[in-house]
Design a protein around this ligand. Structure first.
Ligand code: ADP
Ligand code: XUL
Length: 518
């Protein structure tokens, strides 16, 4: 019995097929946007260097990637054997569609690419994604109109925040009123994909929906005040909201004809990449802390009760298996590690060697590794802050720079997530950089916790395949976790006794942040 999980992330689109009965991964495929679709001019999955902090991507690139992905996958696996499908996407990105989308969706023809058939359906040619920081004014306007950020946070689980879809929608409405008027439907990337797959309008789930500043987390429905504060008649432009345990349709004829899926294959609602990873890491019930080292670094956990971040940087999202989850997102994740790596012309092996040959605390060389504006904490800077020896300050010591970057990232993560009141004994690592043992060791040392990695590395796609099995085929989550969420033997990292090194480094780090902010 096979199920398919799809993950449309920032830099790539991936798929995982699992055999639910045998407890095995059957096939995997991944399409990197920059490598496979260079004509979209998005080497890291978004259009570089747009003005005013805007970060956007062409949604047709995501459609082409989905088709390449399914073509690759069908070479490895008979897609007619798939019995259920679900998926996830990078959170917060919004897709703007005209009224003709609703007609086109139901009449897609297998002979022509999705990107071509849907070309006329976009009322906004590029979609803002989670890295966008252009909406500070709109965040203020929304907060002011509902009674302040405390109210926005109590309603939506987060203060009004730049990358969330609501402020992005408001900016579109303000800057292009005609474009907004011509928009019949606004989807999140996850619900856009689910709608395509079903050939029908599909709801937004509570996990991804909570990343919009529009959903009330107390009753999981659109909040009338937030809708009104964001843009006129917004409610009529949004899909419905449903919980993560919803079956939302059957695979559309387009995918049956084009890729050989079985007609009638059920589809479970899609969610955000982080909520999906929560499931894929076997962490959907409270007790585990997950750190994902992808394009963004994220720190998240299922929550027994909802607590809000007093700094206003953290979030509460719906947990796809019920209840809620807390999450903190760090923009300066993999791209910051890559910036240091590339500055010294290192490979990942050389980067790892640099970590191995330097010592905890980095002999005092410390970095606030923000190469682009950060959101946890909010800081409008474009270059890292350094403190330490002269060679380090002058970027002449590659090894020290590498350690300072990685230590700075985990010190910041530890300080920024104190509000969640979690003192993990084990941190579960996932995402592209989690395979790196030297990075995992720094995480263990700074959190003073065991670090484990799972055998399946693509936790977002795995979570989607598991949800498909649970929602559409009634398989128990406990059983799925026991098959798919076991630790990779030998991958555990145990913390070194670092004495007062990191508490002291954390105080110096906090001081550097304080000075920069003042
Ligand atoms: P996303 O899902 O956000 O698109 P991934 O979780 O797939 O991202 O992570 C991709 C990132 O992983 C790359 O940008 C790269 O920086 C990082 N990465 C890949 N291999 C290594 C490695 N050996 N060490 C550290 N980072 C790595
Ligand atoms: C979470 C966030 C990112 C994106 C992309 O709030 O903005 O983690 O989901 O991975």
């Amino acid at each position: 019995m096979l199920t398919l999980g799809i993950d449309s992330s920032t830099q790539s689109c991936s798929a995982l097929v699992i055999d639910v009965e045998l407890g095995k991964v059957v096939a995997e495929a991944t399409v990197n946007f920059g490598e496979r679709l260079p004509s979209y001019g998005a080497p890291n999955g978004f259009l570089p260097d747009l003005p005013d902090g805007q970060v956007q991507a062409d949604p047709r690139m995501w459609l082409d990637a989905l088709e390449l992905l399914l073509d690759d996958l069908r070479e490895r696996c008979d897609l007619s054997r798939i019995r259920a499908i679900s998926g996830a996407a990078q959170q917060h990105g919004s897709v703007y569609l005209k009224a003709n989308w609703l007609e086109k969706l139901g009449s897609l023809e297998a002979g022509t690419a999705l990107s071509v058939q849907l070309e006329d359906c976009f009322s906004r040619s590029t979609a803002p994604i989670w890295m966008d920081t252009s909406t500070t004014a709109q965040c203020r306007e929304i907060a002011r109109s509902v009674g302040g950020d405390t109210v926005v946070c109590a309603k939506s689980g987060s203060v009004a925040i730049e990358r969330f879809a609501g402020p992005q929608i408001r900016r579109f409405y303000e800057q292009d009123a005609d474009g907004y008027e011509g928009t019949a439907r606004i989807h999140l990337i996850s619900s856009f994909f689910a709608s395509l797959l079903c050939g029908n309008e599909v709801a937004i789930d509570t996990g991804d929906g909570a990343g919009m500043n529009l959903l009330n987390i107390n009753n999981w429905s659109w909040d009338a005040d937030l809708l009104e504060a964001t843009a006129p008649n917004l409610g009529s432009r949004l899909p419905a909201v449903q919980v993560g345990e919803s079956r939302v349709g059957e695979v559309a004829a387009y995918f049956v004809d084009r890729f050989g899926f079985q007609p009638g294959t059920p589809v479970a609602i899609f969610t955000g990449d982080n909520p999906s990873s929560l499931v894929g890491m076997g962490a959907a019930r409270p007790g585990k802390v997950v750190v994902s080292l992808g394009t963004s670094d994220t720190f998240f956990a299922a929550m027994p009760r909802v607590v809000a971040d007093p700094q206003g940087c953290g979030h509460v999202f719906g947990n796809p298996l019920g209840g809620s989850m807390s999450l903190q997102c760090f923009v300066n994740g993999s791209l910051a590690r890559e910036a240091v790596k590339d500055r010294f012309g290192y490979s990942w092996d050389a980067f790892t060697e640099a970590l191995d040959k330097t010592i905890p605390g980095n002999e005092g060389d410390l970095m606030v590794p923000f190469f682009r504006p950060e959101i946890s904490p909010r800081m409008e800077i474009h270059a890292p802050i350094l403190a330490g020896r002269t060679a380090f300050l002058n970027w002449e010591d590659g090894a020290a720079a590498v350690r300072a970057c990685v230590e700075g990232q985990f010190l910041n993560m530890k300080l920024s997530t104190e509000w969640m009141q979690l003192e993990p004994e084990t941190v579960y690592l996932t995402g592209g950089a989690s395979a790196n043992d030297a990075i995992a060791q720094v995480a263990a040392d700074i959190f003073q916790a065991r670090v484990e990695r799972l055998s399946v590395t693509s936790s977002v796609a795995l979570g989607a395949a598991m949800r498909a099995a649970s929602v559409c085929l009634s398989r128990s989550i406990e059983e799925l976790e026991s098959h798919f969420c076991s630790s990779l033997p030998g991958s555990e990292r145990v913390p070194n006794d670092c004495g007062a090194v990191y508490p002291e480094a954390a105080s110096r780090f906090r001081e550097l942040l304080r000075k920069e902010a003042s």
